[in-house]
Structures are given as structure tokens and as C-alpha cells.
Ligand binder design. Structure first.
Ligand code: GN1
Ligand code: MG
Length: 355
């Protein structure tokens, strides 16, 4: 691939240096610099298998980053540091498509920032909450073109339950036998499946946007201060509710163990992390009353849904989530379901913290 030729689409001169960046399981990223110029860029190729409609992904991203940049500037911030910038091509398109069908985009590199994979202190949970809370506060008055549903039914928990049911019917005997308690648990908490989507469909929750991959690794932190700068990885930004992100933050930040921990008995809720996350998120003022009321519910629903997804994938033979050892997806499902139980047990205290 002649990467230099690609950059001409954005009006960059020949002679750029590229360094492929490790990390990121889905897209391919190059760090780009030009001799004699201080700034840097990220050139990314979107994974065609995960995102068959890359053009729609880029349109969504362009709408959202454009709105965020205007809203941040109106607050007196420097949007080049606090908002991811997707640079339009010379033809004013959000990216270009190469003959293999893949879409490419160019982002401005934000210097002096870093990402952490796991929160090790409540202050980090606070910053992750603040970063996503700010995203939703800035997006609250979004009135641009409706975003496209690039991954249909992504957070339709009832649909995820149906997928599990089908996987149970089709599963290999051996895998099914290993999952009996988890399948029972999934059935016992089925009421969770419609708590967010039902309220959305009924208009009790307003239809807004969701980032859909809310975790601390997707918030750039200022290297010196650890303060949240910009939310990144906007590939899955779609119509939804900010509560999808609240739920993902709760399930990824407040548990005691890694996502694939082999012993679910070790899974507990870390109330101090929950409190910090809630303070950081809610302090941005981006949620309305009906949303605030379901803050804790969102954690239960999304942890449950993620458990359904891991369990389904285990039963289907580990086709979706990358695994590095046998039983890893089952461990992941068990951790999510243990988290649902722990959140249930802590619920009154967590509701109190939110209030
Ligand atoms: C996937 O790609 P990654 O690891 O950020 C998944 C999320 C899950 C997450 C669980 C497009 O995210 O929905 O929450 O795994 N992304 C997609 O670890 O399915
Ligand atoms: Mg991601």
C-alpha cells in the first residue's frame, strides 16, 4: 500500500514518516509525521469485517466530532485538545475508500496524552466518568443529522437473550453441560433485558447518542495531571442512550477482578470506584431525571447483557471474542454474572451514592 499517495487526499505533501502503532484489535493505525512540521497525525484503516459500512461509521463520527468541537469552543476550551478531530479530505469527505473497499481516516494526534487500560485508583474512575459525562453533556443539544445504526441492535438486550437461546439449542453437548448454572442465571434475570430498551421505546428515556465502547482505555488522560482530555474510539457512536455508556463504565470500572478472572467468587463491587465514577459523570450535568434514576440499573443491565454475549460466544465455539485459552469466554460470562449479583447486593448503597 502506498501510504504516501493516500495522504495526498488530505492535501499533505509527499515525504511523510509512518510508524505502525501496536494496540487496538480492530483497526490498523499509523503515526504520521512530516519532516520540519511539529504536528502529528494518526492514519487509520477501518476493519472491513467489523464495519462493513465504513462510510456510515465515518459520517457518524464526523457529525459527533463536529458538534463536540463547536460546543467545546463555545465553552472556551481548546477543542484540538479536548475533542478528537477527524480531518476532512480535500473533497470535504470524512475519509477515503481504497480499491479493496476499506475506508481510511486521518485524525489529529493529541500530544502529551496517554491512555490506561485498567483503573487502579478511584481518581481514575472519576476522570473516566468525567470524560464520558462531558461527552454526553456536550451532545445533549445535538440537532444535526440523525446518526446511523451501524451495528443494528447492538444494545438490544432481549435480542441478545434470544441469541443465547438459539446458541443453547445448537450447542455441542460438552459445552452446554459446562454452562448449566450460567444458563439458569440468564433466565432468572431475564427481566433486566427490557429495562433500558423498554423505557427508550416508551419514550420514558429520551433517544440520544451512545459511544458504545465506554471504558477508561477510551479516555485520553493528560500525561502530567491525569485529567481527562478527550474521549476516543468513536467507531461505534450510534443512536441510543447515555445509559449504555454508564452501564459499560460501571461494569468495567467497579468490579474487583479482570474481565476474564477464573474464579467468580473473587468478584466484588468497589464502592469507592463507583462513587468516584458517579461523581465524575453526574458532575457534568449531562443526564436528565429519568436517566439519573436508572444510573445503577444501567450497570446491572449492561453487565447482564455482556454476560449473555460471552456465554453465547462460548456456546458457539468462541467465534466473536478473541480467546487465548480454553474456557476463557465462560470465565468472562461468569465474571459478568457475578458482577450482576454483587451489584444487586450493593444496590441500596449505590442508589444512595447516586442521590
Ligand atoms: C468488544 O473491541 P473491544 O474489546 O473494545 C466489544 C464490546 C464489549 C467488549 C468486552 C464492537 O470491545 O461491545 O463490551 O469487547 N465490541 C464490539 O470486552 O462488539
Ligand atoms: Mg473499541
Amino acid at each position: 500500500m502506498d501510504l504516501g499517495g493516500l495522504l495526498a487526499a488530505w492535501g499533505l505533501p509527499p515525504g511523510a514518516h509512518y510508524v505502525p502503532l501496536a494496540g487496538g484489535h480492530i483497526n490498523t493505525t499509523y503515526h504520521v509525521t512530516l519532516p520540519g512540521r511539529p504536528e502529528a497525525w494518526l492514519l487509520q484503516r477501518l476493519n472491513l469485517l467489523v464495519f462493513p459500512d465504513g462510510a456510515a461509521v465515518l459520517r457518524n463520527m464526523s457529525q459527533v466530532t463536529g458538534h463536540l468541537a463547536r460546543a467545546a469552543a463555545a465553552r472556551g476550551e481548546d477543542p484540538t485538545r479536548t475533542v478528537l478531530s477527524l480531518l476532512p479530505t480535500m473533497e470535504d469527505e470524512p475519509g477515503i475508500q481504497t480499491v479493496d473497499g476499506a475506508w481510511w481516516r486521518l485524525l489529529r494526534f493529541i500530544p502529551g496524552a496517554r491512555a490506561v487500560e485498567h483503573a487502579t485508583a478511584p481518581e481514575q474512575a472519576f476522570e473516566a466518568g468525567r470524560g464520558f459525562g462531558r461527552l454526553h453533556a456536550l451532545m445533549a443539544d445535538y440537532a444535526g443529522a440523525a446518526l446511523e445504526e451501524t451495528l443494528p441492535g447492538f444494545h438490544d438486550t432481549a435480542r441478545r437473550f434470544d441469541a443465547l437461546t438459539r446458541a443453547v439449542v445448537a450447542a455441542a453437548e460438552e459445552r452446554l453441560a459446562a454452562t448449566a448454572p450460567e444458563v439458569d442465571f440468564a433466565v432468572s434475570r431475564r427481566h433486566l433485558a427490557t429495562q433500558l430498551t423498554g423505557a427508550l421505546a416508551a419514550g420514558v428515556l429520551p433517544g440520544r447518542i451512545a459511544h458504545n465502547d465506554a471504558k477508561i482505555a477510551n479516555v485520553l488522560l493528560e500525561a502530567d495531571s491525569g485529567r481527562a482530555l478527550a474521549v476516543v474510539d468513536l467507531d461505534t457512536v450510534m443512536p441510543g442512550t447515555p445509559l449504555f455508556d454508564v452501564g459499560d463504565l460501571i461494569r468495567s470500572l467497579t468490579g474487583t477482578t479482570p474481565e476474564d478472572h477464573p474464579d467468580p467468587k473473587d468478584v466484588e463491587v468497589r464502592p469507592a470506584f463507583f462513587a468516584a465514577l458517579a461523581e465524575g459523570f453526574l458532575g457534568q450535568g449531562g443526564l436528565g431525571p429519568a436517566e439519573r434514576e436508572r444510573f445503577v440499573t444501567a450497570g446491572l443491565v449492561i453487565a447482564y447483557e455482556q454476560g449473555l454475549r460471552f456465554l453465547t460466544d462460548f456456546l458457539e465455539g468462541d467465534r466473536y471474542y478473541r480467546t487465548t485459552r480454553p474456557g476463557q469466554n465462560l470465565d468472562r460470562a461468569r465474571v459478568q454474572f457475578a458482577l450482576v449479583r454483587a451489584l444487586e447486593a450493593h444496590r441500596p448503597a449505590l442508589e444512595q451514592l447516586v442521590r
